[in-house]
Each structure stands twice: as C-alpha cells, then as structure tokens.
Design a protein around this ligand. Structure first.
Ligand SMILES: Nc1ncnc2c1ncn2[C@@H]1O[C@H](COP(=O)(O)OP(=O)(O)OP(=O)(O)O)[C@@H](O)[C@H]1O
Ligand SMILES: [Mg+2]
Length: 390
C-alpha cells in the first residue's frame, strides 16, 4: 500500500535506523537512511514523502524541520525525540512537523503515525489545511555583505529592519555580527550589555525566550536587535556554533532575520552566508567597488559560497556625481540590482548626529530620500513573501 512512498530516516544512530527498518521496512520498500549532517547536501535530491527526523544527541534537530520543508514541498515530518519537554514539543509542531513521538516508549506507535501520514499524503487534505500555518518557521535570513567597508551595510540593514517591522505585520530580528566594533547601535540609538555570546549556556536548546533575553527592542519600530559585544576578547570566543544555532533557531520565531556582516571573511561570516536565503551585496557605484566585488566573487567561488539565486546587489549612494549605475553593474556581473539608494548626505548626517533613527513611526511625513529608497526594497521583499504564501 505504501510502495510509492519514499520514507527517509534521519538519525545519527545506525541502530535506530535499523530498528525502524525492522518495524516498518516491509511496508516501505523505498526506505532510506542518512545522517543529519547529510541533510543539507542530500535532501533536495532525495525528495522524500515522509521524513522520520530523530533529534540529535546535542539536542539540535528542530532547525532542520523548516529547512527540509523548504527543500521538499508537501513533505511530512515526524519528529522523534528522547526528551519530553513541552516548550520543545510546541516548537516542533509550530515548525511544521506532522507529529512527535517520544522515544523509547512511543516507538510502538510508529506504524500508526506512519499510516496516518500516508493517508494524509494520499488524500492531500493535510496540505491545504497546513499551508496557512506552514509559514511559521520559515523566516527569511538576509545577510548584508560587502568586500569594502563604509559602503552603507549597517545603515541599510538597520533601516530596512525598521521599515519591514513598521510597514508590515512581520516580526524582525536584526543581528550585528561586527563582533569587534559593532555599528548598528549608533544608528538606532540603542544600548545593550548583552550579546550573542550570552547565549552560550543555552545554545543547545535555544528558543524564543532565550533569544529575547539577549536582544534589545528598538523603541520606535519595535525591531528586536542583537547588538555586537563590541569587544575583541568576547568576539574571539564566539564560535560558528553560536552563529549557526542562533540563525537556525531565529528562523522559527521571526519572519525576517537581517544580519549585518563585517567585511572580514572569517568562519563566522562564512557560516552566516551559508545559512542565508539571500545575500545582499552592498556597493557604491564606483570603479573601486566594482573591482572589489569581482574579488569577492572569486573568493566566494574558492571557498564554496553558492551565490546562484541568492546574491542580489544594492547600489548605495547613487547620484549624478558617480560614474556608474545599475546598468553598468549588470553588464559586468550576472546578478540583479534590486535596490538603488540615493546619496542623501545632508539629511543623513543631521539625523545620525542627532541620534535619531531614520524611521520613527508607521506613517511618517517627510521621510528622507534614503528611507524612501529603503521602502522600495522592503516592498519588494514583502511582495515576494506574499507570492510564496499565496
Ligand atoms: N545613501 C547615503 N547617502 C549619504 N551618506 C551615506 C549613504 N549611505 C551611507 N552613508 C554614510 O556612510 C556612512 C557609513 O555607513 P555604514 O556605517 O552603514 O557603512 P558600513 O558598510 O556598515 O561600514 P563599516 O565597514 O564601518 O561597517 C554612514 O555613517 C553615512 O554617513
Ligand atoms: Mg557597519
């Protein structure tokens, strides 16, 4: 009856996979097993119908649910865990899992749950019912990167975060990964003594409360901001694990996660780029920026940062005085220019010096040219998202 169904078991433990196979292998001749570390590489190719996702020993695994759902449409994920933790169980189901089984006792219910999943798969009832709630857990991660400093990443990411939060119902998290010096806090006029490093003791079980404990809410827009420790010694102790786990968990709770990255290509920057759905490359319209963009693309190629369908360019500080425009960039590089922001020195300087964020309320009059150009980028993102969920 389930011959046409592809069943994939994701577990670190071969013995667990064998046990499952001995229980249900007869009903599911298309039975596959992979290690969780292989999910990213294999899932799009395998296209399973049902996934049995076994929580890893270090407690991670929930983060794979939105990832798998994104890569395989209409997949049914059954989460297997040894921990009966109500917060986790809530997160698992919110992330879009079909069901949760607590091991070892409930393994006896596996056949039952699978037969429900198969029925739902065949009837496709679940799909339409679930599509509304399935948006949960699929927050978009957008990184702001540039090979050249001072081009506007921090100002653009912070104003875009405010704009998305103010002009829509989205929940936005803004993360400053310039761990040594920071930058965002001065544009948003906020202060915080907590940073990503403070997540260390709870990294393995990160949930929304933990994240909220270390963020600060920007009072005008209500954007949540995770500021930089702005301390070289602390920065040294932040690991790829911090970045990966934070971003994967944040996907479950926010619609947009905007990450302001430093120019330096470290393993942390690499990890953030890897986790991102979009890479916004910020550049000024001049020949030096063009040359550096070329070098960055070479480096991305060498270290394996995949840019296809992900990298988009934002041109900042366009004006009559600059030599280049969007057309020139597109003639040289195969990436779309999705935003053009005008030079607006006088107004920006005034606001930055006064410590006023560039957005302060929902329907603002007399917005700066800069803020209006950012609004166009926000609109584009929001309409893409609406198109996806429709
Ligand atoms: N469109 C613009 N018009 C006028 N000035 C701008 C514009 N964009 C950015 N600036 C100026 O450039 C400065 C640097 O911007 P920002 O701090 O956002 O750059 P960054 O890429 O984050 O730099 P860093 O390498 O220091 O992190 C801002 O303080 C602002 O004064
Ligand atoms: Mg910056």
């Amino acid at each position: 009856m389930s011959a046409e169904i592809k069943l994939l078991v994701v577990t670190e433990e071969p013995a667990q996979a064998e046990d499952i196979q001995s229980r249900v292998g007869n009903q599911f001749p298309q039975f596959l097993h992979i290690h969780p570390s292989e999910v990213r590489r294999e899932i799009a190719r395998l296209q399973p119908d049902i996934v049995l996702l076994h929580e890893m020993k270090d407690g991670s695994g929930i983060q794979l649910i939105p990832y798998i759902s994104r890569e395989v449409s209409d997949v049914f994920i059954i989460y297997l865990t040894e921990r009966r933790d109500p917060v986790r169980t809530r997160d698992v189901s919110r992330a879009g899992a079909f069901d949760v089984l607590f091991l070892p006792d409930e393994i006896t219910a596996l056949e039952d749950v699978l037969s429900r999943a198969v029925k739902a798969h065949q009837a496709k009832e679940y799909r339409s019912e679930a599509s509304a709630s399935f948006t949960w857990g699929r927050g978009q991660i957008i990184s702001f990167y540039s090979g050249k400093g001072g081009c506007g990443r921090s100002l653009i990411s912070s104003t875009l975060a405010q704009t998305l939060q103010l002009d829509s119902t989205s929940g936005v998290l803004l993360v400053d990964l310039n761990l040594q010096y920071g930058g965002l806090e001065s544009y948003l006029n906020i202060e915080s003594d907590r940073s990503i490093y403070d997540l260390t003791p709870v990294l393995e079980e990160l949930n929304d409360n933990h994240i909220r404990n270390v963020t600060v809410v920007e009072p005008y827009s209500q954007v949540e901001v995770l500021t930089s420790p702005a301390d070289a010694e602390i920065a040294d102790q932040v690991t790829e694990d911090h970045v990966e786990r934070l971003l994967r968990a944040a996907r479950l709770y926010y619609d947009y996660i905007l990450v302001d990255l430093p120019t330096e290509m470290s393993t942390l920057t690499f990890t953030a780029l890897e986790e991102s759905d979009k890479l916004f490359y910020v550049m000024n319209p001049d020949s030096v920026s063009m040359r550096i963009f070329g070098r960055v693309l070479d480096l991305f190629g060498k270290i394996g940062v995949d840019t296809s369908d992900r990298l988009e360019v934002i041109l900042n500080r366009i004006s009559r005085d600059y030599e280049l425009n969007a057309k020139t960039v597109q003639q040289h590089f195969p990436y779309p220019v999705i935003g053009e922001i005008h030079e607006d020195t006088k107004r920006l300087q005034q606001m930055i010096n006064r410590g006023t964020p560039l957005r302060t309320s929902r329907r603002e009059r007399g917005l700066s040219v800069f803020a209006r150009d950012i609004q166009k980028i926000a609109k584009r993102l929001l309409s893409q998202q609406a198109g996806k969920t429709a």
